[in-house]
Ligand binder design. Structure first.
Ligand code: F6P
Length: 365
């Protein structure tokens, strides 16, 4: 046991997802029961660290939250303390206020910061580690795009939501002989579309890693009609784009560290296909934030619990500046320095892509 540590501060940053509460619960329970550490949770991610706004976490406060989506600590995907908006002399200016956070931790006697987040949130965690703060990261995101881990928590629950939506779209597509397009999240990685597309029996899966052509999609639709299947399901990842085309941007959130919000490719695709396919009606659905809500899947409850317990073990072993990870079914860890800035995309030669192709799924190539 690392006797230097007495108190853990924990925060959840970036977009929320199912599993955050399960990690909070596991860290709190394992830290108190196995090592006698105290645990506090900062509210609204790094903003809480800056404002010294926290709650005490104990067995009572984390009771009954395992299955719940969201985060009892709240979250923010805007507050980068290394480039933070503050008011000075009546003017809004951006500055590095990370020292305030470090001071706050010292004041409260917090020895270690446990950060539950994706690439943006863990970039700040890495930057705090560079300042000498003891940090442990836990890989969170429905997008599954963090490197050095096979899977992030939240991904499986999001895939379940998409598969459920695809099952529902299938029945109505079949009744009306329509082409149904489902736009899903994932930013610049096609993990959600690929996994849910296969599990939800999509006919076409469009992912950022494989730029698509409209001709290929039309050919696939016609083929199906000729085979007596006059309806089709297309899953399109928000980051997918036509060959030679551009990303479809929904909005720019200027005060966010990662300001680009993707969205709109589903409707764009529907319009483009309507101009080429006249014998079927086309409808587009955007699943949006439903993918981040609801209850946590059994898989994510288990994974998040394992991650939480592993994070406490890393603290006890003094392995700071690292992120817990899952590799080949086993809990391990990786230096945050090696995690950050390496978007994990779908390998286009992977077994899963081949499996889909073997079943006749088109990637619009
Ligand atoms: O990273 C998680 C995610 O849900 C992405 O899949 C999506 O592009 C983005 O966050 C949406 O962000 P916001 O909640 O700010 O609209």
């Amino acid at each position: 046991m690392n006797n230097q540590v007495k108190k853990i501060g924990m925060l959840t940053g970036g977009g929320d997802c199912p599993g955050l509460n399960a990690v909070i619960r596991a860290v709190t329970k394992a830290a108190i029961a196995n090592y006698g550490y105290e645990v506090i949770g900062y509210k609204f991610g790094y903003r809480g660290l800056y404002n010294n706004d926290f709650i005490k976490l104990d067995a009572h406060s984390v009771s009954g939250i395992l299955h719940k989506g969201g985060t009892i600590l709240y979250s923010s995907n805007k507050d980068n303390l290394f480039d933070y908006q503050v008011e000075e002399n009546g003017q809004c200016v951006r500055k590095d206020v990370s020292d305030v956070a470090v001071e706050n931790m010292k004041k409260e006697g917090v020895d270690v910061l446990v950060v539950l987040g994706g690439d943006g949130t863990l970039t700040s965690a890495r930057d705090f580690a560079r300042k000498g703060v003891k940090v442990i990261g836990v890989p969170k995101t429905i997008d599954n795009d963090l490197s050095k881990t096979d899977v992030t928590f939240g991904f499986n629950s999001a895939v379940d939501v998409v598969v459920d939506a695809l099952d529902k779209l299938h029945t109505t597509a079949e009744s009306h002989h329509r082409i149904m397009i489902l736009e899903v999240m994932g930013r610049n990685a096609g993990w959600i579309a690929l996994h849910a597309g296969i599990a939800g029996s999509a006919d076409v899966i469009l992912i950022p890693e494989i730029p698509f052509s409209l001709d290929a999609i039309v050919t696939k639709m016609n083929e199906r009609s000729q085979r007596g299947l006059p309806f089709s399901i297309i899953v399109v990842s928000e980051g997918a784009m036509e060959k030679g085309g551009e990303l479809t941007i929904a909005k720019i959130v200027s005060d966010s560290p990662d300001p680009v919000r993707l969205g709109g490719i589903g409707n764009k695709l529907a319009m483009a296909l309507e101009a080429r396919i006249t014998d079927h009606e086309i409808r587009s659905t955007v699943l949006g934030h439903l993918q981040r809500g609801g209850i946590t899947s059994a898989y994510d409850r288990l994974l998040s619990t394992r991650y939480g317990v592993a994070a406490v073990e890393l603290i006890a072993k003094g392995k700071f500046g690292s992120m817990v990870a899952l590799k080949d079914g086993k809990m391990t860890y990786a230096p945050l320095e090696e995690v950050i800035g390496k978007n994990k995309q779908v390998d286009v030669d992977s077994e899963l892509i081949q499996v889909a192709k073997s079943l006749g799924v088109s990637f619009g190539e």
